[in-house]
Structures are given as C-alpha cells and as structure tokens.
Design a binder for this molecule. Structure first.
Ligand code: ASP
Ligand code: MG
Length: 419
C-alpha cells in the first residue's frame, strides 16, 4: 500500500471536535487506499503552558527534565486521535517517540533525528492497521531518555517519517491555507503561492515565517519529500495549499518570492575590543558554547593604536534572538571576568527586527539589493545591519518600522501579482 503522511498542527487538534474533523480527513485518505501515518502536535497553547511550568519551577532548568515535561502534550493528542479513529471504525494505534523508536541525538530540547526504524509500524500495517498515529516533536536519546526536537519540531517528525517510509507525500495541515508571499496579518495584499522551491522555503522558514520548522524543510529538500502545506479548516482537493518542491517543478516565478520578518531580534555590540587574530573566534566561540544562536555579524572599522592596544581596537556587532540575550550577556561577562575577552562595554538593543526578501530569481537578476535599500530609504527607515546570501537579503531595522517595511517591499516587488 502507498503510504501518506498527514501532520496536524496544534490548532488542528485544539479540541475534541477538531480532532474529529482531522480524523475524518484521515478517513478519506484511508478510503483511497493509503496506509496513513498521522503526526500530531500538542493542542495549541499546550506546549507553551508546559514550557512555562518548567521555567517557573527552574529558571536554569535541566534540559532532560524540560523534555520529559514538554513532550507530554503530544502524548495526549496521539492517544485521542487513535481513539477517535477507532470510534470511526478505522483501525488505528498510537505511538510515542520511544515506541517507534525514533532515535535522536542527546541534544535535549533541540535534538536531531538520527534514525527511524520502520519495522514496528510496517508490521502493524501488515496486520491490518490502517493508521499509525505518532506523537510529533519527541524521540529517545541513545541514553534512553526522552528528547524533543525544538519548537515546531513535529513538522520535522512528519518529514522524517515521510522520508523513512518513502511516503507518496507529506501533507502538513495547519491553520493557514498555504505559504504566502508574506504574513497576511501584516500585509493584506499577501498572496498564496501554489508552489515554492525548497531553497526559498528554507530561507523563509529560517527567517521567521513560522509555517514550517526549518529542519523539516532541510530534510524534505535532502530526501526529496513532496511537502504540502494546507488548511485543516477548508474542504480540500489534491491541488489545495502550497506544494514545496524542486525549483525545476516551478514553471514561472517572480525574482522575489517572499518577504519574511522576525520581530524577536536583539542587537548586541561589544564596544572597544582588541582587534587581533582570533578575536572573532573567541567571541563567537564563547557565544556558541553558551548555546546562543548568532545571526548577523558586523565588525566595525578598526581604530589603530587605541590606548596602547597593539593592532588597534574595533567594535563587534551581532544579532541573536531576544530570548537568548540573557545567556549571551552572562557568557560574555564571564569571559570578560576570566580575562578571555577584553572589551570596554556591551550594549544591548532589543527594539530591532529583521526584514528579508527571498527568491531564487535573485541569482540571475541584478539590482534587487539596491531596490530594497531604495524602498526603505523612501520610507525613511534606517538600516542598521545588512546580510546577504545568493537568494536573500536581510536588514536589521528599528522594530516600529517592521510592518511598514514589509508592506513597502511587498508593493515594490509586486508580490501581489504573478509574473
Ligand atoms: N508542540 C510543539 C511546539 O509547540 C511541537 C509542534 O507543535 O510542532 O513547539
Ligand atoms: Mg508548527
């Protein structure tokens, strides 16, 4: 039997009614002849609540116990989904991560999937089971402890299962009807894309579009999993939603495919730090060891012969997620106290946001950056940091201009129109 993976996000399993609605959709695919693997998230809001419990109990928590707590939301929905299917006379069974067993690294709270043995579930399909309901987001470490895959990780569970079982497709059911040119809540002209290339989706996801976890897109790209994002709240055809696919499978596309933003950015500057070989390695090594995800980096022009520093001094600016600022500050202060880093002061700004334009068409089109900067200057928005890659340009700006920037860029690149 061909295998189909269907993943239901938190809003799609938020109540018993919604679980029934999702189960009906699963029933439709079973009736078409598929063996279905259903991946469920926790009920919406549940994981946040559990994270809150952990943080309140233990601010610098032991990540193993964090995982023990926050993985539990998915156990509830997996069991309920299996029961709901059984009530509909669809033979179904639930599986927690350890039962599969979905083996991960030991990087608690942010583990990576190492292996998904298919034998257990395949055997059950052979015995007439029609649906395997798997708790998303969780696995088991080589030491035998429960792990989780990072927030939004059930997308990655879904894609990994699709790859492991050679599924025909991996359908991600969510509360939006597909991937948009930008967030429709910010820009009313946002347009749903019928198709988007893996590379573009990867950039959009890592830049803050929350519709898919970044790791899931990486996996889909590597294993060529046909990935579809669609709404669980609308009647669906086989063409509904957005297909994330190879760029060769996209007939026409705009130079810019989408505008992404991330509101929760912070900018930190190490002021007056010795400019000598190894200094960047020392700073960013310290931050990496502390688990801080540094994004943009700018090293300012060196001042020569400052206060007797041989080789001069410089300022180093970087951005990271707002919720990692405390950890970054502590790591840098510790490094300063131990003499590993010598700097005058650390300045932190938490009122910044990142706005990015993404498109594989940029590889061959010149002038996209110039146009982006012009659009922002027309709106009087100051650019604080810039980074680029082959298919994206990101700027860090003051947060209060974020929405304006997104709208102006969406207009300027005419993303409301197909090419
Ligand atoms: N429930 C987890 C979270 O909220 C995983 C997921 O839904 O993808 O992050
Ligand atoms: Mg999600």
């Amino acid at each position: 039997m061909p295998v189909l993976v269907m993943k239901f996000g938190g809003t799609s399993v938020a109540t018993l009614d919604r679980i029934r609605r999702a189960a009906k959709r699963v029933g439709v695919e079973v009736a078409k002849g598929y063996d279905v693997i259903v991946i469920v998230s926790a009920m919406s809001g549940e994981t946040n609540k559990l994270v809150g419990f952990v943080e309140e109990t233990s601010p610098l928590f032991d990540a193993r116990e964090y995982d023990a707590v926050v993985s539990s939301g998915e156990n509830v929905t997996a069991g309920l989904m299996a029961l709901t299917l059984q009530e509909m006379d669809v033979p179904a069974r639930s599986w927690q991560g350890w039962q599969v067993p979905l083996i991960t690294t030991s990087a608690h709270a942010n583990a990576r999937i190492e292996e998904i043995p298919t034998a257990n579930i395949t055997a059950k399909f052979g015995e007439g089971m029609k649906v395997a309901v798997v708790a998303g987001f969780q696995g088991i470490s080589p030491e035998g402890r429960i792990t989780t895959l990072g927030r939004g990780g059930s997308d990655t569970t879904a894609v990994a299962f699709a790859a492991a079982f050679g599924a025909e497709r991996c359908d991600i059911y969510t509360d939006v009807d597909g991937v948009y040119t930008t967030d429709p809540r910010i820009c009313e002209k946002a347009r749903k894309l019928d198709r988007i290339a893996f590379e573009e989706m990867l950039e959009l996801a890592s830049l803050g579009a929350k519709v898919l976890q970044t790791r899931s897109v990486e996996l889909a790209m590597r294993y060529k999993v046909k990935l579809r994002v669609l709404s669980s709240f609308e009647e669906q055809s086989d063409e509904a939603g957005t297909l994330v696919c190879d760029e060769e499978d996209i007939m026409e596309s705009n130079v810019v495919a989408g505008v992404a933003y991330s509101r929760d950015e912070a900018k930190m500057t190490l002021v007056t730090i010795a400019d000598r070989p190894g200094i960047a390695a020392a700073i960013f090594g310290t931050l990496a060891d502390a688990g801080v995800n540094v994004d943009m980096i700018v090293q300012n022009v060196s001042e020569k012969d400052y206060k007797g520093h041989e080789g001069g001094v410089t300022d180093m600016t970087f951005s990271c997620p707002v919720n990692e600022v405390k950890r970054a500050e502590k790591a840098l202060a510790d490094a300063q106290a131990s003499g590993k880093l010598i700097f005058d002061k650390l300045e932190t700004e938490t009122n910044v946001a990142k706005v990015s334009v993404v498109g594989i068409g940029m590889r061959s089109a010149a002038g996209v950056a110039a146009k982006m900067f012009k659009v922002l200057s027309n709106e009087n928005i100051n650019i604080q940091v810039i980074t680029t890659s082959e298919i994206k340009i990101s700027v860090l700006i003051e947060r209060k201009y974020m929405e304006l920037a997104v709208q102006a860029l969406h207009d300027a690149f005419e993303l409301d129109k197909t090419s």
